[in-house]
Design a protein around this ligand. Structure first.
Ligand code: SF4
Ligand code: SF4
Ligand code: SF4
Length: 297
């Protein structure tokens, strides 16, 4: 992959367009669940590249380890035992940020520049601007961002934007031994996914499907699911979309609230003037009385 400019196309809590953002190739990571063997090499590579060290946990009785995403675990292999059409199946999913085209995290964030979206589609958190309010967590339909106990900032997978910007593939892609992970233009990844679907359907997975949910405008992490009619069995929401409150927050109500507040301040000022009159400068204090003569000792 060639060098990628990381021009910012959107910033949280900022309504003005970024100046001179160049249109770049839209990229995507393809996760072919049917090829994953659950080795967790991608999980380790992510921690190594991003210098993350999660706490050593305890065995909870299943293979998912640690048991959840955290500020130190940006990608996590999740293991599920599911009954599918009468047979017990072991499903494995690489969990992490999907880099939505319409990112709920960015739309919910009230801190200017704490979340940005690059023109290639990646969504990145800039911790120096994060105020630790956690609104990105409520705004994300996939339950991805996590707040750090140490600095109260939100963290998640960056899709290795630092590597992508210099023409490298993300660390997890580089390490996968079964080619379950691929990275390239979104167009190429969707074409590759379609080939995989043909193969899976020939092998009897008639309901195999691509997971690229349109409720968030599509994503820049796309899955091939052998049981694509039941994404919830892999822990993925069937129809993720942005909540109505979020749309309201970012649309006319939020802007109208600003205008209304300004209007209310002007009206209050006029009423104050009519009732109390203009503000006057306080008169100078009267001169202090002379102090009594000091007695000699
Ligand atoms: S998956 Fe969640 S954290 Fe990632 S871009 Fe989408 S809304 Fe944001
Ligand atoms: S793209 Fe980079 S940050 Fe994201 S899961 Fe893969 S290795 Fe981790
Ligand atoms: S490295 Fe590849 S095969 Fe191993 S767990 Fe990750 S996606 Fe699956």
């Amino acid at each position: 992959m060639a060098l990628q400019s990381l021009d910012v196309q959107r910033r949280s809590a900022t309504s003005t367009a970024s100046p001179q953002a160049r249109k770049t190739l839209e990229v995507a990571k393809l996760i072919d669940v049917s090829r994953c063997i659950g080795c967790k090499a991608c999980q380790s590579a992510c921690m190594e590249w991003n210098d993350l060290r999660d706490e050593v946990g305890v065995n909870e009785g299943f293979y998912t380890n640690p048991k959840d995403l955290s500020d130190q675990s940006w990608t996590l292999m999740r293991f599920y035992e599911e009954n599918i059409e009468g047979s017990l199946q072991w499903l494995i999913l690489k969990d992490g940020c999907l880099h939505c085209t319409e990112p709920g995290c960015l739309k919910a964030c009230p801190a200017p520049g704490a979340i940005v979206q690059f023109t290639n589609g990646l969504v990145d958190f800039h911790q120096e601007n994060c105020i630790g309010c956690g609104y990105c967590i409520s705004g994300c339909p996939f339950n991805i961002p996590r707040l750090s106990k140490h600095d109260n900032k939100a963290y998640k997978c960056t899709l290795c934007s630092d590597r992508v910007s210099v023409g490298l593939e993300p660390a997890c892609i580089k390490t996968c031994p079964t080619q379950a992970l691929s990275f390239g233009s979104k167009e190429d990844m969707l074409a590759q996914a379609e080939h995989r679907l043909d193969d899976l359907r020939e092998r009897g997975f008639t309901k195999a499907a691509v997971y690229d949910p349109q409720g968030v405008g599509g994503t820049h992490v796309v899955f091939v699911l052998p049981h694509g009619d039941q994404p919830e069995k892999y822990g993925l929401p069937k129809d993720p979309h942005l909540g109505p409150l979020l749309s309201v927050w970012r649309s006319w109500v939020s802007r109208s609230l600003g205008v209304f507040t300004m209007f209310a301040v002007v009206v209050a000022g006029v009423f104050h003037y009519m009732k109390v009159g203009p503000l006057e400068e306080p008169k100078d204090d009267p001169p202090a009385p002379p102090s009594p003569p000091r007695k000699e000792a």
